[in-house]
Design a protein. Structure first.
Length: 423
């Protein structure tokens, strides 16, 4: 019987597992380590976050990104983006140093037991019991493709997260939908390999993040616009460094901020790569799409001249860099009964209490993107793993009534798990 099963081995899952192991919990981690970073981001991409804001988190803060880079003969400097490949390797190194053995099998189904506990079914059919579970499933279950494109074959339309490399598009014509970092960097990489790339965005103009100010600067500048893991300024500092206080805001306000703060924008270092090489169509939105010989015909609503006229655009492939929508109904690994009974907020995301625990299913904890409406924009970034790991594991220990240096303390009157899941 495990005290905690962690489902997912990305930055959040690995950080949670590190804290749980250090707390003396019997923990097991499932998933391919750093899978999204290794399998779903094209070669040549860089982290948008600053290196110092991209650490996975162990309790002693020993296994930071800068430590890894130094040991590899590299540097992790403020204002210098880190290649995604380096970050993925850093995550594997962190797993070796700070986490119990990771089981690379996939959890395919999670069932809640009565009166408490869970059963996890893995892809080879093994069933494992656990007192608590942390869902750290990352972003891939929540891929969002516009409805106008959703019915087309994957040979014609893909999501930006579906590509480990972009070589298949050499010398083709590709349209990228979106105006954020994923769209702009994908388009830049396509153009740089010889693809005829264009960006089609709903916004009237592209937004670009500013070059970050120096780390060392006059005190009055630091007071006016402090550095934070989500960028400069007090508002970003609050989102990045105080998720617990963010959680105390009214639910509707939290949801609104999570949906609108830190909206689509390109990193400063990709701007010059897009400008001369990529066609950009602003104030354009796909209204319909259909397959035609040689590719896709898009019916596009053109608001650029104020007319709102429909125009036709043909392309060989469409890449939808349209983000992710983390809602309860997309947590497909949960049993039908568990998913249907999960407390859900108005925006469709699962509700979480102060320790990332579901109020409707004690012992079920959630982490990562799915908790952004509850704990703020930091949960959309690696930086949020630091707060999450500490708070979530404290919640697990409270649920199990674990004291410092102690094993699980049986709670009087709590009731034992069914005989079939005692091990």
């Amino acid at each position: 019987m495990y005290d905690l099963l962690v489902v997912g081995a990305g930055p959040y899952g690995l950080s949670i597992a590190s804290h749980a192991a250090a707390a003396g919990l019997k923990v097991r981690v499932f998933g391919r380590p750093m899978a999204s970073w290794r399998d779903h981001m094209p070669r040549g991409m860089f982290l948008k976050s600053e290196p110092w804001a991209s650490n996975l988190c162990d309790p002693g803060r020993r296994w930071r990104l800068d430590v890894y880079c130094e040991r590899q003969g590299m540097t992790a400097r403020h204002g210098e983006p880190i290649p995604v490949e380096v970050f993925a390797e850093y995550g594997l190194w962190f797993a070796r140093k700070a986490v119990p053995t990771v089981d690379e099998r996939t959890v395919t189904r999670l069932v809640a037991l009565r009166p408490g506990g869970f059963e996890a079914v893995v892809d080879d059919g093994e069933v494992l019991p656990a007192r608590t579970v942390a869902l750290a499933v990352g972003v891939m279950p929540f891929v969002e493709i516009p409805s106008a494109l959703a019915g087309l074959d994957a040979s014609l339309v893909t999501h930006s997260s579906h590509h480990r490399d972009l070589d298949r598009f050499r010398d083709q014509d590709v349209t990228v939908i979106g105006g954020g970092q994923a769209a702009l960097e994908t388009a830049a990489l396509l153009a740089e390999q010889g693809t005829r790339a264009r960006v089609l965005a709903r916004a009237d103009e592209l937004r670009w993040n500013d070059v970050p100010p120096p780390w060392e600067r006059p005190w009055w500048q630091s007071v006016r616009t402090p550095h934070s893991g989500l960028g400069c300024g007090w508002r970003n500092w609050f989102y990045a460094e105080r998720p617990g206080l963010f959680h105390r805001l009214p639910e509707q306000r939290r949801a609104r901020i999570a949906a609108t703060a830190l909206g689509p924008a390109g990193a400063w270092w990709v701007r010059d790569r897009v400008g001369p090489a990529v066609e950009v169509l602003l104030a354009h939105e796909v209204a319909a799409a259909r397959a035609v010989p040689g590719g896709v015909r898009l019916e596009v609503l053109d608001r650029a001249d104020g007319s709102g006229a429909l125009r036709t655009l043909e392309t060989e492939h469409v890449v939808a860099a349209t983000g992710f929508r983390a809602t309860t109904d997309r947590l497909g690994l949960l049993s039908t009964e568990l998913r249907a009974s999960l407390a859900t907020a108005a925006d469709g995301a699962p509700r979480t209490g102060r320790d990332f625990e579901s109020p409707s299913h004690p012992g079920l904890f959630l982490a990562g993107l799915v908790t952004a409406p509850a704990f703020g924009p930091a949960m959309r970034f690696v930086h949020g793993a630091t707060y999450t790991a500490g708070a979530l594991v404290r919640g697990v220990r409270r649920r199990l009534r674990v004291g410092p240096g102690q094993g699980v303390i049986p709670a009087q009157g709590r009731g034992e798990l069914p005989e079939r899941v005692r091990r």
